[in-house]
Write a protein that binds this ligand. Structure first.
Ligand code: NCD
Length: 302
């Protein structure tokens, strides 16, 4: 049985099944899991959207939500991540949703933890549930992923969103381009780099990223970032008519994007957040079903 750790673990068919199921939830499919199951949201890094959209998804499915605040927990007394998760397993959690600043926190949990784990962010390496909601948003827009030109723009080196998305989009047939300020390219990703001025002219999707200051060793000065590397109104005007803007948020208005573009006609940023709830409902039922915690046929439609 698989934990939900990396987008690379999913087959293309599984990715499309999740998209279809998320769309069903979005259209009003209202499932209720008939037995009492507990979901533990274990966030060791700040989060607004991911944590809260998991909580909404869990409640919509009828799961009991176990909230956790790392700063008030026994982590402060020296307890390890493994022992924290083992504790939740022991007291009856049926699934653990984990975000942690380490790139590979899951390796110590993969054997020895007997409830499914969903990766809600691993350092600068993986963010599979964000990637899945991004895929859903792109798919809803274009009805396909194949042959779309997608540029991922920003602090590629320190972004887990960039890595999960680049791999998944390429595998699903999109053409992936990267655009970064000098020093923020990532050597592990083998995709062409383009300037944002070039990219806006041919890309269907412009996926912006926040500068990941919390992962930098030195303070990065941002006063000229927007004009040099960000999405200004001038660059937005050059985008193809049907092209869309994505951003996983949080947004730093006036840095990676002109503040006036956040809610512009081609922005899908708040749609991404909304889609996050439905995609996380689909992921939770997929994982709980795989682990035998629920039988999809027994889920009651309300
Ligand atoms: C992203 C993350 O945590 O990696 N946020 C999110 O989950 N929506 C992006 C970011 O923090 O910039």
């Amino acid at each position: 049985m698989n934990h939900f750790i990396s987008i690379d673990q999913l087959t293309n068919q599984q990715i499309f099944n999740l998209i279809v199921n998320a769309e069903k939830y979005k259209k009003g499919k209202n499932d209720n899991i008939p037995k009492q199951l507990f979901a533990a949201n274990l966030f060791f890094e700040p989060s607004t959207r991911t944590k809260m959209s998991f909580a909404v998804a869990e409640r919509k499915l009828g799961l009991e939500v176990l909230d956790f605040h790392a700063e008030e927990s026994s982590i402060q007394k020296g307890e390890s991540l493994f022992d924290t998760v083992k504790t939740f397993e022991s007291i009856g959690a049926n699934v653990a949703i984990i975000r942690h600043r380490s790139d590979d926190w899951f390796t110590e949990l993969e054997s020895g933890i007997n409830i499914p784990i969903i990766n809600a962010g691993a350092g600068k390496r993986e963010h599979p549930t964000q990637c899945m909601l991004d895929l859903l948003t792109i798919y809803e827009e274009f009805g396909r992923l194949e042959d779309l030109n997608v540029v991922i723009v920003g602090d590629i080196k320190h972004s887990r969103v960039a890595k999960s998305n680049a791999h998944a989009l390429e595998r699903l047939g999109a053409k992936v381009y990267l655009s970064a300020a000098p020093g923020y390219e990532d050597e592990s990703l083998d995709y062409p780099y383009v300037s944002l001025d070039e990219a806006t002219q041919f890309c269907d999707v412009v996926m912006l990223l926040r500068i990941q200051h919390e992962r930098h060793e030195e303070i990065y000065e941002t006063s000229s970032y927007l004009t040099k590397y960000g999405l200004t109104i001038d660059r937005e005007r050059k985008m193809k008519q049907h092209a869309i803007i994505l951003h996983p948020a949080p947004i730093n208005r006036g840095v990676e994007i002109d503040g006036d573009l956040v809610e512009c006609g081609r922005s899908r940023i708040f749609k991404q957040m909304k889609n996050g709830v439905y995609m996380r409902m689909a992921i939770l039922t997929h994982v709980l079903n795989e682990w035998g915690s629920i039988d999809e046929n027994s889920i009651k439609e309300c």
